[in-house]
Write a protein that binds this ligand. Structure first.
Ligand code: BGC
Length: 701
C-alpha cells in the first residue's frame, strides 16, 4: 500500500515536469501551429501579436543589429519555440530600407533599391502583366535584402485630387484599382515574400489622419471604398492587410470588428493577417478582439495591456489565440523562417529596365498639336526646376533610397538632343544655392522639391533663337501626413502661369513649339493654360529612370500608351467631394486620446461626410453637364488605333474586341469595357502598323 502511494505521488510530480520538458521541445513548423499556440504562455501570445518597435526603422540612422536596417517594422521572436522575428518594409514604389549598413561585414557594400514609378502611374499603364513584373522585381529586392513582407501596395481610392497620398494609390475606379493591386501583390508574392494591401479602409485624406472620421454610406462604402480591396483580396490573396489610421463611421478601423472580421473574413473569406498602421498605442485589447492580429510597430506596454486585459476578464483569451495563430501562419511562409540566405545583391540593372518600361507605359500624352515626337538632334530650351532635379517619387513611407535618378536634361542629351546651356547653367546654379535639406527626417522619408527658379521674359527671349522648341517641366511634390493645398499646388502658381504665357508668346511668335511635361504625383489644374501650349506629356513621378523614359516618349522612341486612371477636373470645385474635403488645412496631425474627442468637431477635420455618395471621379461626369478637362481613360498616341464594338458572351461576363493599328508607327491600345462603369479592361501587345489583335476582356458583375 505504502509503496504504491509513493509511486502515485511520484507520478504526480513527474507528469507536470515531463509535460514541461515535452513542451520545451515544441518548435514551430507549418504543421504544428495549433500545438505551438497551445504551448504558449499568455505573455508569449501577447508578445507575438505586438510588433518589435521602432528599432529597425531607426537602425539605419542610429545603428543596431537588425536584419534590414531602415525597414519600417518587425515582429517579435520567441527563441524557445523556434519562432524568428520577421521583417516588414515599406513601400509602394520600391523597398524602403537604408542604403548603407554598419558593421565590418558590410564595408564597401550598398543596399540601394530600385525606385519604380508611383502607384498612380502604374495604374495609368492599364497593364496588369507589367505591374506584376514590377511587383516581382520589388519582391526580389525584398527577398535578397532580408525583408519578409512588403507594406505595399497602397490602394485607397482617389476620392479627391488633393489627398496627399494619392500618388501611392491607383485610381478613382475600384475595378482598375483592385486589379492593378492584385497584379502588384501577385508579383511580390511570386518571390516568396508577402505583400500588404493598405490602408483598409476609407483613408482618403491626410489632414488629421489619426482621428478624422470618414462618414460613408454603407452601400457607397461597399461599391467604392471596399470594392477595390475586395477585388485585390480575391484575386491575389495578399499575406497581410493593413488597417488604416482613420475612423470609419465613428470607430477606428483598427478596432472595428465589422470591418476586420465580418466583412473581410466572414464575407470575403480572407484568411491572412491584419496589422495596424504604425500607431504605437490605442486600446490594444479592442484591436485584437476586432480582428487585428499584429500591432505595429509595437511597444512593451501593449504586451502588458493585453496580459492585463485577459487576466481581468476584459478580453477573451481566445482572441489572442486566434491572432497568435495568424502571426505564426505568416511567419512560417517567410524567407526568414525558411532560412533563406540573402545575397544582398539583387539584379538592379534588370530591375531598372522594368522601372523604365513601367514609366514609359504609364505616361499619358494629354495634348499634341503637331509638336511631338521631337525630330532627331533637337535643340531644346529646357525650363523648370524639375527638368534638372526630377521628382522620381513622393515623400514619406513611400520614399525609396534609389541608387541614382536620371534627370530630364540628361535623358534628352542621352537621346541625342541638345539642351540650351545658359538656361541649364542658371537652373543648376539655383539648385546649388538651394540644396535638399539633409535632416534625419529627409534622410528617412525624402526631401521636398527644390524651390522653383523665377525666369524673366528676357531670359526666355534670349533662348528662342538658340532653340528649336521649348520644354517646360512643372513639378509637384506630396507625401504622407498632409494633403495638398488648392493654391500653388493644385492650381499653378502665378509665376508658372506667367512663364507658360511668356514661353508660348515668344516661341509661337517665331513658329516654334512649346511642350509641357508634368512631373506630378496628383491631379493638377490644366484647363486655364492647356490651350496655350502645343503638347502636354503627363510623366507623373516616374521613378529613377524618369529622365530616360520621358526623353524616350518625347523623342518617339516609345509611343505613349498610358491612359488616365483618374479624371482631371476643369475647376476643383466642380468635384462633388470638394464640398467636404480640407483644401487649406495647415493644422497638425494629432494623435489624441480617443476618449477626448473635441467637443465641437469640425467638418472635414474631425469628421468628413462623403456626401457625394457614388459621385466620385468619372461617375459624376457621366450624368452631369459638367465636363472634365481630361476624362478618365483619356490618352493620345502617335498612331491611330481603331476598336470594334464589344461582343459580349451570353452571360455578359466576357467581351471580345478587336483593335487595329491604322496609323504609321507601332503602338499599344487599352480596351475598356464601360457599362456604364468600368467592368473590365485589357491592353494589346505592341501592334505594328496594319496589325490587329483580338482581346477577350473579363467583366466584373
Ligand atoms: C504609413 C504606412 C506605412 C507605415 C510604416 C505609416 O505612417 O501610413 O503606410 O507602411 O507608416 O512606415
Amino acid at each position: 500500500m505504502r509503496s504504491s502511494h509513493i509511486f502515485t505521488a511520484l507520478i504526480a510530480i513527474a507528469i507536470p515536469s515531463f509535460t514541461l520538458l515535452a513542451q520545451d521541445k515544441v518548435r514551430l513548423t507549418p504543421d504544428n501551429i495549433d500545438e505551438v499556440v497551445a504551448s504558449m504562455t499568455l505573455r508569449e501570445k501577447a508578445t507575438i501579436v505586438v510588433g518589435g518597435g521602432y528599432g529597425s526603422m531607426l537602425a539605419g540612422v542610429f545603428g543596431g543589429d537588425y536584419q534590414a536596417p531602415g525597414a519600417a517594422g518587425m515582429t517579435r521572436g520567441i527563441e524557445r519555440l523556434g519562432i524568428p522575428a520577421i521583417v516588414l518594409s515599406d513601400g509602394p514604389a520600391g523597398v524602403r530600407i537604408e542604403p548603407e549598413r554598419k558593421g565590418k561585414e558590410n564595408k564597401g557594400k550598398t543596399f540601394y533599391c530600385t525606385g519604380f514609378p508611383i502607384g498612380s502611374m502604374l495604374a495609368c499603364t492599364w497593364n496588369t502583366a507589367l505591374v506584376e513584373e514590377v511587383g516581382a522585381a520589388i519582391g526580389d529586392e525584398a527577398l535578397e535584402y532580408g525583408v519578409d513582407v512588403m507594406l505595399a501596395p497602397g490602394m485607397n481610392l482617389h476620392r479627391n485630387p488633393l489627398c496627399g497620398r494619392n500618388f501611392e494609390y491607383f485610381s478613382e475606379d475600384p475595378v482598375l484599382s483592385g486589379k492593378i493591386a492584385a497584379a502588384y501583390v501577385n508579383g511580390v508574392q511570386s518571390k516568396g515574400v508577402g505583400a500588404c494591401v493598405k490602408h483598409f479602409a476609407a483613408n482618403n485624406q491626410e489632414s488629421n489622419r489619426f482621428m478624422n472620421d470618414s462618414q460613408v454610406d454603407t452601400l457607397v462604402l461597399r461599391k467604392l471604398y471596399l470594392k477595390n480591396f475586395e477585388i485585390a483580396i480575391k484575386e491575389s490573396n495578399p499575406w497581410t492587410v493593413m488597417a488604416s489610421y482613420n475612423r470609419l463611421n465613428g470607430i477606428h478601423t483598427q478596432m472595428d470588428p465589422w470591418l476586420l472580421t465580418t466583412v473581410l473574413r466572414d464575407e470575403w473569406g480572407y484568411e491572412g493577417l491584419v496589422m495596424t498602421d504604425w500607431v504605437a498605442k490605442r486600446d490594444t485589447d479592442k484591436q485584437v478582439a476586432a480582428g487585428d492580429d499584429l500591432m505595429e510597430p509595437g511597444t512593451k506596454s501593449q504586451i502588458n495591456e493585453l496580459v492585463r486585459a485577459v487576466k481581468k476578464g476584459e478580453m477573451d483569451e481566445r482572441y489572442l489565440d486566434i491572432s497568435a495563430k495568424r502571426v505564426l501562419e505568416l511567419v512560417v511562409k517567410t524567407p526568414t523562417y525558411k532560412g533563406y540566405e540573402t545575397s544582398g545583391a539583387p539584379d538592379l540593372e534588370a530591375h531598372a529596365k522594368v522601372a523604365r518600361t513601367a514609366a514609359e507605359e504609364g505616361m499619358v500624352l494629354l495634348r499634341n498639336v503637331d509638336a511631338l515626337p521631337l525630330r532627331p538632334n533637337c535643340r531644346v530650351a529646357l525650363f523648370g526646376m524639375a527638368s534638372y532635379s526630377i521628382l522620381p517619387g513622393g515623400t514619406g513611407s513611400g520614399h525609396v533610397h534609389r541608387p541614382y535618378v536620371v534627370d530630364l536634361a540628361d535623358g534628352l542629351k542621352l537621346s541625342g538632343h541638345y539642351v540650351d546651356e545658359s538656361l541649364a547653367e542658371a537652373y543648376l546654379d539655383h539648385l546649388k544655392k538651394h540644396p535638399a535639406k539633409n535632416t534625419l527626417m529627409t534622410r528617412m522619408f525624402g526631401a521636398p522639391a527644390a524651390p522653383e527658379m523665377s525666369v524673366s521674359r528676357a531670359m526666355v527671349e534670349a533662348s528662342v533663337a538658340e532653340s528649336d522648341l521649348a520644354v517646360l517641366t512643372i513639378g509637384r511634390q506630396a507625401g504622407e501626413g498632409g494633403d495638398r493645398k488648392l493654391e500653388d499646388d493644385f492650381l499653378l502658381t502665378d509665376d508658372e502661369q506667367k512663364l507658360i504665357s511668356d514661353i508660348s508668346d515668344l516661341y509661337h511668335a517665331v513658329g516654334k513649339k512649346v511642350v509641357v511635361v508634368l512631373n506630378i504625383g496628383g491631379v493638377i489644374e490644366t484647363a486655364s493654360w492647356k490651350d496655350k501650349v502645343d503638347a502636354i506629356l503627363l510623366a507623373w513621378q516616374p521613378g529613377q529612370e524618369g529622365g530616360n523614359a520621358i526623353a524616350d516618349a518625347l523623342s518617339g522612341f516609345v509611343n505613349p500608351c498610358g491612359k488616365l486612371a483618374m479624371s482631371f477636373p476643369v475647376n476643383y470645385f466642380d468635384l462633388p467631394s470638394s464640398a467636404n474635403y480640407p483644401y487649406d488645412y495647415h493644422g497638425p496631425n494629432t494623435m489624441v486620446d480617443i476618449k477626448r474627442l473635441p467637443e465641437k468637431p469640425k467638418s472635414t477635420i474631425d469628421y468628413t461626410v462623403y456626401k457625394e455618395g457614388m459621385d466620385v471621379g468619372y461617375r459624376y461626369y457621366l450624368h452631369s453637364d459638367v465636363e472634365p478637362s481630361y476624362p478618365f481613360g483619356y490618352g493620345l498616341s502617335y498612331t491611330s488605333l481603331e476598336q470594334t464594338e464589344p461582343q459580349f458572351s451570353a452571360d455578359g461576363l466576357r467581351a471580345t474586341v478587336t483593335v487595329k493599328n491604322v496609323g504609321d508607327v507601332p503602338g499599344k491600345e487599352v480596351v475598356m469595357i464601360m457599362a456604364p462603369y468600368l467592368r473590365g479592361f485589357a491592353k494589346t501587345a505592341l501592334l505594328q502598323p496594319g496589325e490587329s489583335q483580338t482581346l477577350t476582356v473579363e467583366c466584373a458583375e
